[in-house]
Design a protein around this ligand. Structure first.
Ligand SMILES: O=C(O)CCC(=O)C(=O)O
Ligand SMILES: [Fe+2]
Length: 317
């Protein structure tokens, strides 16, 4: 199983070593998002027209499993500051980052991709996971100057929690579930994942983040100005099964439907397989707020059009 000792200084490597060489990158052809593969862009700013927003969200969750949102209320200043602090963290020397290493039985800290243990090859990736307060790790990373980092992370988490609650309520109520049955959505918990994909000398061989679905209710993703996210579209009238690039759109955040929403909606909503590929020249960053019900929440069985949605399940990220 890959471990933290497998970390190396990506910037110094001239060739992709065997440990990081994947043969499955072109399992399906890759396309730019055009025509029917273009993801919906949904504005959340028009709160007086909830019904139309719900219809658009329902369609996106049923047919794409991923979409962009605009009018989300997150300021460009906060997004720029978050990018700055993320770059700052990953630019630290490896030894320094390893002081905040994620322990083998822990969730928070610096380390390999959290899905690494499912794969024999390593990814062209390093990550920092935040569950709960970031203060302890921030002190280890930046002993003399951790305030701004903490402040930015905590503010962004707070904003994400509000936004996630808003989107989840709209999504679930778009299926006809009544407002009063959505009280659990006031009690969400989130894991915040900072992702770093260094520039790679041979991007056709290396995998940024291998194909996966998110286990959450939903994930809200911000990507720095570099493309890399791809989603899998299954064979349909518009083409074969294919990887479709999801480019950054100025001012928009990306929302992934998670596995829990798939379950909660009786499989009407789809969590979509996605992955990240790497770039020859540019270091790419993304920030994912992975949101589920608080672990204390047990979904009371509740019924939608006389079908059981979910009973007694809890979420641990
Ligand atoms: O970097 C990306 O675009 C994808 C990140 C992602 O899928 C995740 O953090 O779960
Ligand atoms: Fe993901």
């Amino acid at each position: 199983m890959p471990s933290l000792s497998d970390h190396f200084e990506f910037e110094t490597v001239r060739e992709v070593p065997e440990s990081h060489a994947w043969t499955s990158l072109d399992d399906h052809p890759s396309y730019e998002a055009t025509g029917h593969d273009k993801l919906p862009i949904i504005s959340l700013s028009n709160s007086s027209d909830n019904d139309n927003t719900k219809l658009l969200l329902r369609h996106a969750c049923q047919h794409f499993g991923v979409f962009y949102v605009t009018g989300h209320g997150i300021s460009t200043n906060l997004l720029s500051e978050l990018e700055l602090q993320t770059r700052r963290l990953f630019s630290l020397p490896t030894d320094q980052k390893l002081k905040a290493a994620r322990p083998p039985d822990g969730l928070s800290g610096y380390g390999l991709a959290r899905i690494s243990s499912f794969f024999s090859k390593l990814m062209w990736y390093e990550g920092f996971t935040i569950s709960g307060s970031v203060l302890h790790h921030a002190r280890q990373l930046f002993p003399d100057d951790y305030f701004r980092f903490c402040e930015t992370i905590e503010e962004y988490k707070k904003e994400m929690q509000k936004l996630a609650e808003k989107i989840i309520r709209l999504m679930i109520s778009s299926l006809g579930v009544k407002e009063e049955e959505l009280n659990w959505s006031k009690d969400l918990s989130g894991v915040f994942q900072l992702n770093s994909y260094p520039a790679c000398p041979d991007p056709d061989k290396a995998m940024g983040l291998a194909a996966h679905t998110d286990s959450s209710l939903l994930t809200i993703l911000h990507q720095s100005g570099t493309s890399g996210l791809q989603v899998l579209r299954r064979e349909d009238g518009h083409g074969p099964t294919r990887w479709v690039t999801v480019p950054p759109v100025a001012g928009a955040l990306i929302v992934h439907v998670g596995d829990l929403s798939h379950i909660l909606s009786n499989a009407r909503f789809h969590s979509v397989l996605h992955r990240a590929i790497v770039n020859r020249y540019r270091h790419r960053y993304s920030m994912a707020y992975i949101c589920g019900p608080s672990p204390e929440v047990k979904f009371l069985s509740y019924v939608l059009k006389s079908q059981l949605l979910l009973s007694n399940a809890t979420w641990i990220s």
